[in-house]
Design a protein around this ligand. Structure first.
Ligand SMILES: [Fe+2]
Length: 217
């Protein structure tokens, strides 16, 4: 059996899909006349739009430049989609500010966010199929991991925490144990403990037990 190649998109895209699905459902239930709820959900929408903006900038800067260097033109289609996503994000931010006390705006935000999520789901699938094929044809797994490390090394602690918060609870138990096992070896002990404390309430008891067993904690 062939060893699977390193998939640079797999975990961050799982996290983004989970965050998008969660936020879309939250906006669909939103009571525009409940100021406290509008504030909480608006913060979630802003955090989602921030991480989406940041994610596409990371892909442009780190992944597309690598693809471009060895197969010019290979990411043209996805780059054009990134420009379209930036416009959609600006429109969503504009709509979001109109939501308080405005049911029509809340409905408009829901529909527009639904389109945005749909576009992104297709877009991420395309990256996982077509961009991975280009990366795997031109780069070794070690080189792909080096690109991934460059992305992580440039992250702010806030972005890193948000990404971890959405990635770790939404991967399989063995993926989760693998990622945390790696983190335990490379990150400072307090950071590793902080991540465990962050995700423990987000995991069901069954997943937490599997993780404790796998990590021996
Ligand atoms: Fe992308």
């Amino acid at each position: 059996m062939q060893t699977p190649r390193h998939d640079i998109y797999a975990f961050i895209h799982k996290g983004l899909r989970a965050f998008m699905a969660h936020t879309l459902v939250r906006v669909g239930r939103l009571d525009a006349h409940d100021a406290a709820e509008v504030a909480v959900v608006s913060d979630e929408v802003r955090a989602l739009l921030d991480i989406c903006t940041h994610h596409l900038a990371n892909e442009n800067r780190h992944i597309h430049s690598a693809m471009q260097a060895r197969q010019p033109g290979a990411c043209a289609e996805v780059e054009a989609e990134h420009v379209a996503h930036e416009h959609e994000i600006a429109q969503l931010r504009w709509l979001l500010e109109r939501v308080p006390e405005n049911e029509q705006a809340a409905q408009g935000l829901y529909r527009q966010l639904s389109d945005f999520v749909a576009h992104n789901f297709e877009h991420m699938g395309k990256e996982e199929r077509e961009h991975n094929a280009v990366l795997w044809a031109h780069y070794s797994d070690d080189e792909i991991r080096a690109i991934e490390h460059a992305i992580i090394a440039n992250e702010s602690p806030e972005h890193l925490q948000l990404a971890i918060r959405w990635m770790l609870p939404h991967m399989t138990p063995s993926e989760r144990a693998g990622m945390l096992g790696g983190m335990r070896q490379t990150a400072p002990a307090e950071m590793f403990e902080g991540v465990l404390n962050l995700i423990r309430p987000l995991l069901g008891g069954r997943d937490w037990r599997k993780l404790s067993l796998a990590l021996g904690i």
